[in-house]
Design a protein around this ligand. Structure first.
Ligand code: DX5
Ligand code: ZN
Length: 281
């Protein structure tokens, strides 16, 4: 075998997964039969061989919760997380009414957006999510996840507005809310694109993971194999396996990442656990 390195552009539809200048390998093989010898040349992209045989149905998204960061240095904290391998930055918006805590709002998202191009995964723990759609869209939020408990009547209009404002809609459910309540939102004409299963009571970081919530994750994954399913609350090295096994692929982690001596190691451990548990095609 004589591998040669050539360079070629990616083919249509491969942009997301193949670098445009992936090297191609040219290999020469000799096949001998009793009477004669044959030589064959093979040209292939080693990356695509590996990729195509193990393509995950949904990809891991590791989202450090900025609630556990140093808010006085938010831009630097965001950069630090992205540099350490975070896919998304989870932003907890609390109104002091839906939950007994008050955090940040659109002005902070707008300020942060000037310093990062990262996906800002905004989790709205607010009583009136509709009131925040326009301002969050203008501020530069990427995802807008509202709670089903406060959107039973108007979720269709809410999802449409979120999309029109250029954000990706998601729905969250508190530990006491039955999972069936989000099914219509996933199956609707204008569906949400992510379900966030709360694994603690919303409101504060640093709480204990509730393993019983994994039944909801399992039910969702069974019903919707390609849906983004996020878990939020108490996720870290000791709880990730339960969540990943159940089928969660978007992992929010606050105190376990920011409180670790080496946050990058925690981020990559979370990713590896999701990768191992996800089915491939
Ligand atoms: C809680 C928030 C979470 C919180 C998670 O209401 O929605 O995003 O920051 O923090 P940890 O990972 O510390 O439980
Ligand atoms: Zn959250």
């Amino acid at each position: 075998m004589f591998p040669l390195n050539l360079f070629a552009g990616s083919s249509p539809g491969e942009e997301e997964e193949t670098k445009p200048d992936s090297p191609l390998s040219l290999s020469l093989c000799k096949i001998e039969t009793l009477s004669e010898s044959h030589f064959f040349f093979f040209l292939f992209n080693p990356q695509s061989v590996v990729r195509n045989s193990r393509k995950m149905v949904v990809s891991p998204k590791i989202a450090p919760s900025m609630l556990s960061s140093d808010f006085a240095n938010l831009a630097a904290e965001a950069k630090r997380m992205v540099d350490l391998g975070a896919d998304w930055l989870h932003m907890d918006i609390m109104d002091g009414h839906f939950v007994p805590n008050l955090t940040i709002g659109a002005p902070v998202i707008e300020s942060l957006r000037k310093h990062t191009s990262a996906y800002l995964d905004c989790h709205l723990m607010v009583t009136n999510p509709m009131d925040y759609v326009e301002q969050m869209g203008k501020a530069g939020a990427s995802g807008f996840t509202f709670h089903v408990e406060v959107a039973k009547e108007n979720w269709q209009e809410l999802v449409s507005k979120i999309k029109s404002a250029g954000m990706r809609p998601g729905v969250a459910l508190k530990p006491g809310t039955p999972v069936e309540e989000v099914y219509p939102l996933v199956e609707g004409e204008t569906p949400v694109e992510m379900v966030l299963v709360m694994t603690v009571e919303p409101g504060f970081g640093g709480q204990k993971f509730m393993p019983s919530m994994m039944d909801k994750v399992r039910a969702l994954r069974q019903k919707y194999p390609t849906l983004d399913i996020e878990v939020d609350g108490g996720l870290g090295p000791s709880t990730i396996e339960a969540a990943a096994e159940a089928g969660a692929n978007c992992i929010v982690a606050g105190s376990s990442v920011f409180g670790a001596p080496e946050p990058g190691k925690v981020i990559s451990l979370l990713r590896t656990s999701v990768e191992k548990a996800q089915p491939t095609t």
